[in-house]
Design a protein around this ligand. Structure first.
Ligand SMILES: N[C@@H](CCC(=O)N[C@@H](CS)C(=O)NCC(=O)O)C(=O)O
Length: 252
């Protein structure tokens, strides 16, 4: 994966083509998911920096959003949701197809992606637990915790995470048994990339695969001791997807 090119917001606003709003310096999982989709398809883009946990008024004025990732293509409406970004990517380059053409597999893929990226999904609950733990350590709730915190308790969030990981593990085993090396069907789909992107919060990739600052790495190490699931096969899958489809390490 080549180094990301960040340009100033006013320059990005005046530009055409694809602009991707990302948080620089960290492999933020929703951001990594979006860029992985565009990069696998070799769709060129430039990046615009979003400052995590801050108000980002200039981005808000341009895109209507203060978080990341947001994809802006030409003068089309900004796309802040993973499904909009994925469908845009499919439109800009049909190869490799990351949404299965078979309708039943497509439904499976979209459902599984929702379980990974959607509200109350894997990422959402991982964020709740890690931010709650960070708040405990620092004795103050980080701003992001107040923004995304939910009424769900930490034990309930851990249960959701374990349920989703167990279901992914079962699916991977069933796929291997039928001779497929991917989570859905027989080819790479967006959910392989999404799992790869969120897996850092379960077990961080090593430095040769993905650069990350120590503070972020420490956050990525919070979850594993709290989980009662053997994630070895899923992590092996993550490593294979990263090595087979990207030039490593990921830099941000
Ligand atoms: N809108 C995205 C979710 C994006 C998201 O949750 N972004 C968070 C990732 S932690 C973010 O940018 N947080 C930093 C902030 O809000 O400043 C989607 O629904 O697909």
């Amino acid at each position: 994966m080549s180094a990301l090119k960040f340009i100033p917001i006013d320059e990005a606003r005046a530009a055409s083509g694809l602009r991707l709003v990302l948080s620089p310096g960290v492999p933020a999982p929703w951001g990594l998911s979006a860029r992985a989709v565009f990069e696998v398809k070799r769709i060129p883009f430039v990046c615009v920096a979003q400052m995590a946990g801050q108000d980002n008024p200039e981005l808000q004025a341009w895109t209507g959003h203060d978080n990341a990732p947001v994809a802006i293509y030409d003068d089309e409406r900004p796309r802040a949701h993973w499904s909009e970004q994925l469908i845009l990517a499919e439109r800009l380059s049909s190869e490799p197809a990351l949404i299965p053409r078979d309708q039943d597999l497509r439904i499976e893929m979209m459902g599984l992606a929702q379980e990974i990226l959607g509200e109350d999904g894997l990422g959402w609950n991982l964020r709740n637990v890690t931010l709650a733990e960070v708040a405990k350590q620092r004795d103050v709730a980080p701003k992001m915790g107040r923004k995304y915190g939910s009424p769900v308790s930490v034990p309930d969030a851990i249960m959701r995470i374990e349920t989703i990981l167990t279901s992914l593990t079962r699916r991977l085993a069933a796929q291997h048994a039928r001779g497929s090396r991917f989570l859905i069907g027989d080819t790479l789909t967006a959910v392989d990339l999404y799992w790869m992107s969120f897996s850092n919060l379960i077990q961080p990739m090593d430095a040769a695969m993905c650069e990350m600052p120590d503070r972020y790495l420490a956050m990525c190490r919070i979850m594993a001791p709290l989980l009662d699931v053997d994630t070895t096969p899923l992590i092996a899958h993550r490593d294979r997807i990263a090595r087979d489809h990207f030039s490593l390490p990921f830099t941000h």
